[in-house]
Design a binder for this molecule. Structure first.
Ligand SMILES: [Fe+2]
Ligand SMILES: [Fe+2]
Length: 343
């Protein structure tokens, strides 16, 4: 979309209509909306809310797995897990940067997370009880995230779509490492196999809930679909995920904890049993097993990291004054790289 025509600087009603028509036409033609393009306030607000929730989920999602870094059973597993948890931090940063292109600073977004005014994915409010949970999270949670996120690479908002391309590549590595970890356990001793099965039993249903409420109850879906922020409905994506997982579970030698799972020849999909949405809503309301722990740990990490932010700001200020950096944009190389990641 050409920003020259659409920059937001006119109060004239005729011009306003023209901007709206150009926005609608660009979305209809599958063009990307860029930060300086005119966009409806509700489109901007929807994107900020969605990107913020996504960014928050990435950084809160580091906690349940980081819990196992010191207890990984080998150096190889430890190195893989550290890389994965670090990737999730990176995903959070790309997404906060993408949200910043819409004029909302990350301080404001983090403040909303810490005060409970913005949410993160409920899946991270479940505990990681055994080492096999690291495998189940990779296979199922990262797998569900990919199913949700691949269509976002074609989202109408440019910076979000571009951030998702890289995120999805890394998520597919996460999914494979989880699968490989579970396969090793499943083919191991009887106790290891049982541990893998127990983890899958606990993570399967919460993973299905990651796609959000059923279509008829989904508050934001239809407008997001019209704006091409979202490309498929919650139920469509959930079905796609089930269809992918069933043969993979079989290859793993593990069972999915759903006695109603059956191939439906007519639909060409796997039928699955009803989801316990009362559990989903309880966790969403803050009554999951780890809600309080996750948010208090996040607040503590933020407070303990204050000196790093101060030092980075002081460094950036020093270098923006000496002609090395572009004035006022934070200057340093890290900032440049960060901008490039979403550009
Ligand atoms: Fe991620
Ligand atoms: Fe991931």
């Amino acid at each position: 979309m050409t920003s020259t025509l659409l920059e937001e600087d006119s109060g004239d009603a005729g011009a306003q209509e023209e901007f709206e028509a150009a926005f609608e036409a660009a979305v209809a033609a599958d063009e990307r909306i860029e930060p300086r393009d005119w966009m409806p306030d509700a489109y901007r607000a929807t994107l900020v809310r969605q990107m913020a929730q996504h960014a928050h989920s990435e950084i809160i999602g580091m906690q349940p797995e980081a819990n196992w870094i010191t207890r990984a059973p080998s150096l190889r597993r430890k190195a893989i897990l550290m890389a994965k948890v670090q990737d999730e931090a990176g995903h959070g940063l790309y997404l906060y940067s993408a949200a910043e292109t819409l004029g909302t600073g990350r301080d404001e977004l983090l403040d909303k997370l810490h005060s409970g005014r913005q949410k993160y994915s409920s899946i991270f409010n479940y505990p990681t009880l055994t080492w096999a949970d690291v495998g189940a999270i990779g296979w199922l949670v990262d797998g569900a995230a990919i199913t949700n996120q691949v269509p976002l690479c074609r989202c109408s908002y440019g910076p979000y779509a571009r951030a998702m391309v890289r995120i999805c590549k890394e998520e597919s590595f996460h999914q494979r490492q989880g699968y490989e970890l579970l396969l090793a356990l499943s083919r191991g001793t009887e106790a290891q196999h049982a541990m893998a099965q127990d983890a899958v039993d606990r993570w399967w249903w919460p993973s299905l809930m990651m796609f959000g409420p059923p279509d008829e109850e989904s508050a934001h879906s239809s407008r997001s679909m019209a704006w091409k922020i979202k490309r498929h409905s919650n139920d469509e994506l959930r079905q796609r995920f089930v269809d992918i997982c069933v043969p993979q579970a079989e290859a793993l030698g593990l069972t999915l904890p759903d006695p109603e799972l059956r191939w439906n020849e007519e639909r060409g999909h796997w039928d699955f049993g009803p989801i316990d949405w009362s559990e989903f809503h309880a966790v969403l309301k803050g009554n999951g097993p780890c809600n309080e722990q996750r948010i208090s740990q996040r607040r503590r990490a933020h407070e303990e990291g204050a000196w790093v932010r101060e030092a980075a700001a002081a460094y950036a200020a020093k270098h923006s004054g000496d002609g090395r950096g572009d004035s006022g944009d934070g200057g340093g190389d890290a900032e440049g790289a960060r901008k490039e990641a979403v550009a």
